[in-house]
Write a protein that binds this ligand. Structure first.
Ligand code: ADP
Ligand code: MG
Length: 691
């Protein structure tokens, strides 16, 4: 029954050399089938088709050189490194390794003949290559006859490994019978891109020597554009599907009655910002319609989405219906519960609460409050979507902070609210803090309603961000001591991207221990992803109540925690995170009245782009601006597996670069729906995954 036969159904374990370990590492990149592997596209390319004489290399060049090692020794400079010299007839160059194993030291002996690849930098000894890729060249094997792809990798999965796997996958692609199904007829592709998916993939993975490398690196080569086009088309079709499905249902019209909403507005200690008023008006209009509303509410961290959600919920309650708000974590849901209770109980309303931690009698009690309608507004986690949770009259589903999940999936998630007669759906509002530039949002989500809060409440002191090298760690420690002495609290975020979550948590544990040794006078707590949710919440609550002064955390604190007394955040290895995620993290400070600081403690050496990215963080507190810059700096394909911006988890397409392609998907989308309706679902599934 599976409509996608062929490579999509062949597990990567059918490839030579893929055992359980490698399978798991591939899975971390989202690669399960041979088809997934083929969709793992190169980030960039290297030209290993010719060897450059060492005497001719220039700074900044990406080159391949070959020669004999004349020396190799550990250099104790500012940072310990293994330093080698490589010589050919034309000159000499340095190779420097900051990380090296005993086995490497053994191989990198004078007399060894090596072929090395890397970028030429000015070093202490003249030109150097840091961490070159190298291979034994004693048998003088021929150079490559194709450009060499560089793939997005993960710890424990090297380029060479990926390349050998890809080679096998490509062989299958060109073999009879093992085909990749073509769901998009060539006739529906724009001029210049009307060739098969198979051909596009073959080209992208193995470009010929004369391919235009600068086009490829910008993602503008026709073979990449062909892929991007198909991907954008799949996204558009998926949004069509979602809307079509919604239109088959009706919804209860819940017009504004200005009663409860008015009361809350009168009680709030602040007036709404103009942006909040505007989006509230947009949501309010949706609710008044007898068709299920489907709206995406975007707003930067701290822009005040929660109160907008509460006001929307009140409009629903005014019409004798229930509203439910779901958050992805226990902690965040609990914060919403506290806010909602504070706002709604004085109005005589009852707020229900359901999470995985609510069990036994308390759970039964909540279930009956929800089922008989006594709880007009219900807050909780995924637990709300269990089968035995029955609503009395559900009018609105609000889902918060969905940047970790695909928004499409969330918008599709509404079965829960279907009324007993299965003909009506509740309205739906998805809130996300992932800021994407407004123009892009409009074109990308042309088929959806989008509201944007593009203004922060007044009186916030912007977070002051500084970028500091890890070599000045001690100064940072002193800073923590000072801050805590003055009664503030501090976050220390460990962002190690390691082989496994386990290793990551161990690293956080080690950091917490080190900091405890260096700061014995402080009360230090640790929270990481492998802790039980209940323990996590307990630690966070204790931190919130001031019991701890310093909280060492993995990125689990990313979502929504509000501790106004925390005024300093240190982010270790920020170069490893996406800017959107850094911005999210930083949004955890600057919530109180105190001046707040964020210290980006980077690891040297930092690449050019890495430096540029951190400078963007330093210079801007504007999530939209940061998102735009992030888009500009990130190459195509880099998004894959990282899900850094969540909303735009495209594999190939880049909305900014491919805006014109997006416009071209309109007619082909219509035609595919009419002429090849059976291709639509497999095409969506290919690019967006299940659901
Ligand atoms: P987010 O959009 O990140 O979810 P929140 O809803 O948590 O932001 O709001 C952040 C903080 O700003 C909360 O403490 C909230 O009470 C406050 N807030 C919201 N709207 C306003 C406003 N118009 N003026 C002042 N403070 C506001
Ligand atoms: Mg929020």
């Amino acid at each position: 029954m599976n409509p996608a036969p062929g490579l999509a159904d062949q597990s990567v374990t059918t490839l030579k050399g893929v055992g359980p370990g490698l399978r798991d590492r591939l899975a971390r990149l989202g690669i399960h089938s041979v088809q997934d592997l083929l969709f793992h596209l190169p980030l960039r390319y290297q030209d290993r088709t010719r060897i450059t004489p060492i005497g001719q290399v220039r700074q900044g060049q990406d080159v391949m050189v070959e020669g004999e090692l004349v020396s190799a020794a550990v250099d104790l400079g500012r940072r310990r490194s293994l330093f080698c010299r490589l010589r050919d007839e034309s000159g000499m160059i340095g190779l420097r390794f900051y990380y090296f194993s005993a086995a490497q030291r053994k191989r990198l002996r004078p007399g060894a003949r090596l072929r090395c690849h890397g970028e030429i930098r000015p070093g202490r000894s003249g030109y150097e290559i840091y961490h070159p890729e190298y291979q034994d060249a004693s048998d003088r094997q021929p150079v490559e006859d194709r450009l060499t792809p560089i793939y997005p990798a993960t710890e424990g999965l090297q380029q060479t490994r990926l390349r050998t796997l890809m080679k096998q996958a490509l062989e299958r692609l060109s073999r009879q019978g093992d085909t990749l199904q073509e769901w998009l007829p060539e006739a529906l592709c724009p001029p210049g891109l009307n060739f098969s998916l198979t051909r596009a993939l073959q080209y992208v993975h193995q470009p010929p020597v004369d391919a235009r490398i600068e086009l490829l690196e910008q993602g503008r080569h026709p073979s990449q554009q062909r892929l991007a086009f198909e991907e954008l088309l799949a996204h558009r079709l998926s949004m069509r599907r979602i809307r079509q499905q919604a239109r088959q249902f009706s919804a209860v019209a819940l017009p504004s009655r200005n009663r409860l909403t008015r009361q809350l507005l009168d009680h709030l200690p602040f007036p709404l910002t103009a942006a909040q008023q505007r989006v509230l008006h947009e949501i309010s209009r949706d609710l008044a319609e007898p068709v299920p509303g489907l709206r995406l509410l975007q707003g930067d961290v701290g822009s005040g989405k929660t109160v907008v959600a509460a006001l929307a919920a009140l409009q629903v309650v005014e019409n004798d219906h229930q509203a439910v708000i779901m958050a992805p974590t226990e902690l965040l849901a609990e914060q919403h519960f506290i806010s909602f209770s504070e706002w709604l109980t004085p109005l005589g309303l009852q707020v229900g609460w359901l999470s995985g931690r609510v069990k036994g009698r308390r759970r039964d009690q909540q279930l009956s409050l929800i089922a008989n309608g006594s709880a007009q507004v219900v807050v909780g986690t995924h637990a709300l979507f269990q089968d035995d949770v029955q609503f009395h009259r559900l009018g609105l589903v609000i889902i918060d902070e969905q940047h970790r999940f695909g928004v499409h999936q969330r918008l599709a998630l509404r079965e829960k609210g279907a009324t007993t007669d299965n003909r009506r759906l509740p309205h739906q509002l998805v809130m996300t803090a992932t800021p994407i530039p407004r123009t892009l949002a409009m074109s990308a989500y042309a088929d959806l309603e989008v509201s944007v809060i593009d203004e922060l409440p007044p009186g916030r002191t912007p977070v002051n961000t500084v970028v500091i090298s890890n070599e000045r760690r001690e100064q940072v420690i002193d800073r923590i001591r000072d801050t805590c002495r003055r009664g503030s609290q501090v976050y220390w975020v460990c962002t190690l991207i390691e082989d496994s979550e386990a290793v990551q948590c161990q690293a956080a544990e080690a950091t917490a221990e080190q900091l405890s040794a260096l700061l014995p006078e402080l009360r230090i707590a640790l929270v990481h992803g492998r802790m039980k949710p209940a323990d996590k919440t307990r630690v966070m609550e204790a931190f919130k109540s001031g019991e701890f002064q310093l909280l060492v955390a993995t990125t689990v604190i990313e979502v929504g925690v509000d501790v106004p007394n925390a005024s300093v955040m240190i982010i270790e290895n920020p170069e490893r995170l996406g800017l959107a995620q850094l911005h999210q993290l930083r949004g955890r400070v600057g919530r109180g009245s105190r001046a707040s600081h964020c210290i980006l403690l980077y690891q040297t050496p930092l690449s050019e782009v890495g430096r540029e990215r951190l400078m963007i963080m330093r210079d801007s507190n504007d999530g939209f601006h940061i998102a735009e810059e992030d888009l500009r700096l990130r190459g195509p394909g880099q998004v894959l597996g990282t899900r850094q911006t969540g909303l735009m988890d495209f594999r190939v397409a880049d909305l900014e670069r491919d805006g014109e392609l997006l416009a071209l998907t309109l007619t082909p989308a219509d035609r595919l729906l009419h002429e090849h309706p059976r291709h639509v679902d497999p095409l969506i599934r290919r690019w967006l995954g299940e659901r």
